[in-house]
Design a protein around this ligand. Sequence first.
Ligand code: ADP
Length: 436
Amino acid sequence: MASNFRHAWFQSMLRLGAWLLAWLLPGLVLGAVWPALAAGLGLALAWQYYNWARLLRQLRSRRHLQEPERGGVQGEVAALIYSRQRYQRRRWHRLHQALRAFRTAANALPDGIVVLGPELGIRWFNPAAGELLGLSARDLGIHLPALLRAPQFAEWLDRGAADPLFDLASPATPARRLWLRLIDYAGRHRLLVVRDVSKLMQLEQVRRDFVANVSHELRTPLTVIHGYLELIEPGPDTEWSGPIAEMRRQSQRMTRLVEDLLTLSRLEGQDRLPDEPVPMATLLATLLREAQTLSAGQHLIAVVDPAGCDLHGAEAELHSAFANLVANAVRYTPAGGQITIRFRDDPGGGVRLEVEDSGPGIAAEHIDRLTERFYRVSTSRSRATGGTGLGLAIVKHVLLLHQARLDIDSEPGRGSCFSCVFPAERRIERQSDPFN
Ligand code: ADP
């Protein structure tokens, strides 16, 4: 590059020298050397000025330069600008092609994509997003929460939108159910992915209705069978006493199964539960009483309550969830074991209810699956103690409806600790204390 310019500079000087020489000769002949040289120099300057002005005009008008003739400093500058322009043009063309390919691909996606700016302003969206969210070109630049006004959506954003939002009614067609996921990229930019899950929701509803209807239909015949079995008194020595006792046990088990299935379907069908202050001191006292009744003096049971606060939630459902954990502790802990029901502050700022036992413990590979319906570590032990395999699934659902989670800490041979961890918003000042 430097040698090109040196060469161009040399060529320019040579041309100027030749031009001045051409003016010097007539000057010598006419005896007017200086005026002739001045005229030549003036014309050379004017020519240079004209050429630079032309180049400047072309650049200002943003026109593409014609391929310039090389030669001299000016030709070299023009050639350099021309090659840079060509390089930029090719680059721009390639970028344009890539952008078009990306847009075409995004437009062909069945999922909706919305590109959002740092303040959730809409920058771009594909046709599927337009259809699912009811967006049009005039919505570009608008803050997304101003268009999606469902409280569910606002709550999801407030919670940080870390997990996908399931089952949002489409603002364009409320019968359509949407799944939304917000992905951070390039610093504070966000990408919203929207999927139509109406079919999935319908199937889920059919499954839920089926389970609920079957359970409901089984309830009456079971009550009748159970009622008659209670009436039959075969006497202690007849051969029927054993079978009838077994029939009673099985019909009770079926009744519990049906009740648990109905509870689960009811919980699954709800978005939220009615919130009320739950007096924890009373609830803990009830749990202790129930545990003692179930244990019939076989375990050492204690309640510890250092949290000293109440919970904001649905009392009946919370009682059922905690009672499930307590019943499991009693059922799975051998006689002589220790059970502690502890209500204490959570290091994360919330509050937790723990049910700890000195029972057999659970191997790590089972822990993640315990809340699945009918998942049991030992089916025989579960059945023998009257389990339905649905208890922890009910606990999980109740906690989900309270934005709480179930932590399970257990090791074979060292007992188990099941903790219901509630967020700080669920804590309230204690209103009652039956122990004082
Ligand atoms: P189940 O009616 O069978 O008890 P759950 O959903 O309540 O059903 O519990 C699922 C499984 O988790 C149980 O079958 C049992 O294997 C295990 N489990 C629950 N609680 C305990 C506990 N405290 N100690 C040991 N195992 C437990």
